[in-house]
Design a protein around this ligand. Structure first.
Ligand code: 5GP
Ligand code: MG
Length: 179
């Protein structure tokens, strides 16, 4: 698996430090609010589980699954699995792996707003601002790393459902896409 990685973009140590920093900020804001962390599957899985373990106060978790992202191009959005928690009047924190064209987070944000949360906060591990499509006005409240326009894998993120289990974030060798 690792022979297909061209370079490590963000190391395990850098990820650990950033998660601690982001979780610390969220804890200061939400420690007494019993927030609901909502993750957008599947890419957020590792970031999500690391973040909630650094959040040292009462909280709940829930997940959404939205389609569709085929290969490396974004498509239309629908809710494949909705949250099961009643979010009315709750402080909701959306965790995302990567804010790319912006379509997924924008869709998720508007979907969750219809559930009348007391507040809705967005925290993304990665942001690729150069890829944003026109018309996306949503800005994440908290961002881990701003990265260039490269396709990344690892730490939950996949290429054709592979590489999610890499403990760091890496860039694939170009020839992997051409197979
Ligand atoms: P957006 O809707 O912002 O274009 O895309 C967000 C989703 O696309 C992310 O949650 C992620 O699942 C996927 N995505 C975007 N960029 C990348 C990337 O560089 N690598 C991987 N593995 N997935 C990406
Ligand atoms: Mg995602």
């Amino acid at each position: 698996m690792e022979e297909n990685i061209q370079r490590v973009l963000i190391s395990e140590a850098e990820l650990r430090a950033k998660v601690q920093e982001l979780a610390g900020i969220l804890q200061q804001r939400f420690a007494d609010k019993n927030p609901v962390f909502v993750g957008v599957l599947k890419g957020v899985l590792i970031f999500f589980s690391d973040m909630i373990r650094q959040f040292d106060a009462q909280c709940q978790i829930d997940f959404m699954w939205i389609s569709s992202y085929n290969g490396t191009t974004a498509g239309e959005m629908t809710v494949k699995k909705d949250v099961s928690t009643d979010l009315e009047g709750r402080h909701v924190i959306i965790l995302e792996d990567i804010f790319d064209t912006g379509g997924s987070l924008d869709f998720t944000y508007r979907h969750l707003l219809t559930k009348h949360p007391a507040s809705l906060t967005v925290c993304t591990l990665l942001d690729k601002p150069s890829r944003r499509k026109p018309g996306i006005t949503l800005q994440p409240d908290y961002t881990g790393f701003v990265i260039d326009n490269v396709f990344v894998v690892g730490y939950g993120m996949d290429y054709n459902e592979q590489y999610r289990n890499l403990p760091y974030i890496g860039v694939l060798k170009p020839e992997v896409y051409q197979q």
